[in-house]
Design a protein around this ligand. Structure first.
Ligand code: FAD
Length: 408
């Protein structure tokens, strides 16, 4: 490998850390700078909406101890964001002033929690008691707010993170309502029928789920007091969590000339439109060769894998390999595990064992005559079997035959 002398990675979280680790594992002995906006060393996000909110003692979430981080021999710059990219000079501007030169660059800035549009919160911004959940600092604030034992939690958005927060609040015995603007929850992630099937867990566990109605405004003085819905319903609320998705963190790249379209636009090898610049994780929109389509995932597994793949390709572009995957994510609500592999936009969904009523099922997703996805609800041992079938582009008939043999 003809190693360029300096690798710079922007975003010191999962994808960024995996990029650094992969570079060292590949024998790269040059300088590495890892630039992170947050003050914390790289940490794991999935526990933030699960054990961090529900366990008696919040678990540690750091990926590596300071000693283990030091072993990587990295110039770690935390607490100041990259503010601009100058591709002609091959420099990243950090904190508006410092310039860090690169030969190879990996962008791993992830995504930022969406907030309510202007006008939905009282003048002067959101009152106390209105939260989002993306970062460790968000999670620490939210845990403290739950520890204060609010009477009524309102979660805005019935996506995975909102649902996990609702599950944690109910687990503490707090009256919890989820408000979802779409008529059918989780349609984009799971398809309409199966989104409804999984969302049935809320009612079964005492969370009120109101769908098909948006939030008109949040009311309160210094503290939140009420959430007013578009149909005029007024919900008491002393804690509100806005869980309406995330947007790729690309603002700082505006003006750099890099191609952006709901993320950093990349080819199959995670190469961006700029020479020497690759992207990985939640910020990357790349062409997944397995499905022949462009996608941007917000899943732990692909972020980790893309971080490593992007670094290897950035350091050895002449031998850059395509990154291909069957998307995979999991989510834990009320003690149940939801897992999904593949893509949900399908011609047909079929439950092959179990049912929503049982709270345990496996459903397959068909596109044309091909198996493209599978949802398992509390069937963890089946998930990776179906992931293997999707990876092999198994036919629908073969997938049904497999399911019949497996589930009887
Ligand atoms: P991120 O983890 O978002 O990290 C990006 C980092 O870049 C951040 O630290 C950010 O501060 C930093 N950054 C941003 N802009 C700049 C800048 N200009 N300069 C420097 N640094 C910058 N996935 C699952 O599959 N299953 C789950 O159960 C699950 N649960 C989750 C629960 C929560 C609460 C959250 C938030 C996510 C969850 N995910 C889950 C998704 C998963 O954690 C993400 O896909 C993963 O963290 C993406 O990693 P990333 O490194 O691409 O981005």
């Amino acid at each position: 490998m003809t190693a360029p002398p300096r690798l710079v990675v922007v975003g010191a979280s999962l994808a960024g850390l995996r990029a650094v680790e992969a570079a060292r594992k590949a024998g790269f002995a040059g300088g590495i700078s890892l630039i992170g906006a947050e003050p914390h060393p790289p940490y794991d996000r999935p526990p933030l909406s699960k054990a961090h909110l529900s366990a008696e003692v919040a678990p540690g979430v750091g990926f590596r101890t300071p000693e283990q981080l030091a072993e990587l021999g990295v110039d770690l710059r935390l607490g100041a964001p990259a503010t601009a990219l100058d591709p002609d000079a091959r420099e990243v501007v950090v904190g508006g002033a410092d310039r860090v030169g690169y030969d190879a660059l990996v962008l791993a800035t992830g995504a930022t929690a969406r907030t309510l549009p202007d006008g939905r919160a009282p003048d002067g911004g959101a009152p106390d008691g209105v939260h989002v959940l993306r970062t460790l600092d968000d999670a620490v604030r939210l845990r403290a707010a739950l520890d204060a034992r609010p009477d009524h939690v309102v979660v805005i958005g019935a996506g995975f993170i909102g649902s996990e927060v609702a599950s944690a609040a109910r687990g503490r015995g707090i009256a919890t309502t989820i408000v979802e603007a779409a008529r059918l929850p989780l349609t984009r992630s799971l398809g309409p029928e199966l989104g409804v099937a999984c969302s049935a867990l809320h009612a079964r566990n005492g969370t009120v789920l109101r769908t098909g109605v948006g939030v008109d405004r949040i009311e309160g003085g210094a503290r939140v007091e009420k959430v007013v819905l578009a149909d005029g319903t007024v919900l008491d609320a002393d804690l509100v969590v806005v869980g309406i998705g995330a947007t790729p963190a690309v603002d700082w790249l505006e003006g750099s000339g890099i191609a952006l379209d709901d993320g950093v636009v990349c080819d199959e090898t995670l190469a961006s439109s700029l020479p020497g610049v690759y992207a990985a994780g939640d910020v990357a929109r790349w062409v997944n060769p397995l499905f022949g389509r462009s996608m941007r995932l917000e899943h732990w597994t692909s972020a980790a894998e893309q971080g490593a793949a992007a670094a290897r390709n950035a350091l050895d572009p002449a031998h850059a390999a395509a990154y291909s995957t069957v998307p995979y994510f999991w989510s834990d609500w009320y003690g149940s595990r939801i897992q999904f592999v593949g893509v949900p936009g399908a011609d047909e969904h079929r439950i092959v064992t179990g049912s929503a009523e049982e709270g345990r099922l496996v459903a397959l997703y068909r596109e044309g005559d091909r198996l493209v996805g599978a949802l398992t609800l509390d069937h963890p041992s089946s998930t990776m079997k179906y992931r293997g079938l999707v990876a092999k582009a198994a036919s629908w008939d073969d997938a049904l035959a497999f399911a019949a043999a497996r589930h009887g």
